[in-house]
Design a protein around this ligand. Structure first.
Ligand SMILES: NC(=O)c1ccc[n+]([C@@H]2O[C@H](COP(=O)([O-])OP(=O)(O)OC[C@H]3O[C@@H](n4cnc5c(N)ncnc54)[C@H](OP(=O)(O)O)[C@@H]3O)[C@@H](O)[C@H]2O)c1
Length: 259
């Protein structure tokens, strides 16, 4: 069987999109861009006040606050989204935490919390969203990964591993859901200036603003790409390095990161 790419999206007007992780950063900017393009958008995260700021004055936005790590919250949140939007065409799963750590100094609670949010909550989302989209016979699921998924990096032993899990998960989902008429996307951002990266004390090559990141996500979705990777130059370089032979790859990464 030949897998096809996702169908392109020609027009956002009236499309019903649920973004989880939309109270700040990339998710908030994507919500803004989608609303400007005419979509109806449900925005989720824990902080209702921040969600209400993103939705302020937009008749086609609805805020659905919940904790994505709470297993019982997903069915209720999804019911609120369906009520608010009148259905669902696309879900973007971007809630995540970033815990830089060294192998000699890490906290198991942070490991558990990171996997619970960055990975397990995505499976929880799938339990509510996939049956609905399959019954409908259309719709899309976008996982927000990272270029940190391509290769192990210094201080990335927790975050990078969660994003590598999502990369593999997105590929598995694509194999099984695309033939059933659903779209699956893997977003692979490089560095974006958000509250998440504000803790970084190192230079971040190719740093984008959240609205630049949102613009690239929209274009990737519109073109029906599976992986939506940006910025092109830096993300492409990391991907290229990740495919080099081990010795050369580690040598180059030591040089590049200074670690
Ligand atoms: N910034 C980058 O350079 C970069 C690069 C690659 C990938 N990414 C990915 O892009 C996505 C967005 O990141 P960002 O940089 O925009 O960071 P951000 O501004 O910190 O956004 C994280 C979002 O996740 C939400 N969230 C956190 N814990 C949650 C929970 N338990 N339940 C529900 N929502 C929760 C936060 O809202 P509340 O605190 O209100 O819950 C917030 O809306 C993440 O998946 C991140 O890994 C970012």
């Amino acid at each position: 069987m030949i897998c096809r790419l996702n169908p392109p999206i020609a027009d956002w007007s009236g499309r019903r999109v649920w973004i989880v992780g939309a109270s700040s950063g990339i998710g908030a900017a994507l919500a803004d861009a989608l609303l400007n393009a005419g979509a109806r958008v449900a925005i989720s995260a824990r902080r209702l006040d921040a969600l209400e700021q993103v939705a302020a004055g937009r008749a086609t936005a609805c805020a659905v606050d919940f904790d994505a790590t709470d297993p019982t919250a997903w069915p209720q949140a999804f019911a609120r989204v369906l009520e608010g939007l009148g259905g669902l065409d696309l879900v973007v799963l971007g809630a995540a935490r970033y815990e830089p750590a060294h192998p000699w100094d890490f906290d198991m609670e942070k490991v558990q919390a990171s996997f619970e949010l960055n990975v397990v909550s995505v499976y929880r989302a799938l339990t509510v969203v996939v049956p609905h989209l399959l019954a409908q016979g259309s719709g899309g699921i976008a996982l927000v990964g990272s270029i940190a998924a391509y290769t192990g990096l210094p201080r990335s032993m927790i975050y990078g591993a969660t994003k590598a899990a999502l990369r593999n998960l997105a590929e598995s989902l694509y194999f099984e859901l695309a033939p059933k008429g659903l779209s699956v996307y893997l977003m692979s951002p490089g560095f974006v200036a958000t509250p998440m990266t504000s803790v970084n004390e190192f230079p971040m090559p190719g740093l984008l603003t959240p609205s630049q990141a949102a613009e690239r996500m929209m274009r990737g979705l519109e073109r029906g790409r599976f992986e939506i990777r940006f910025p092109r130059g830096f993300a492409g370089a990391v991907r290229w390095v990740s495919r080099l032979p081990d010795r050369l790859r580690f040598w180059l990464l030591h040089k590049a990161t200074g670690m």
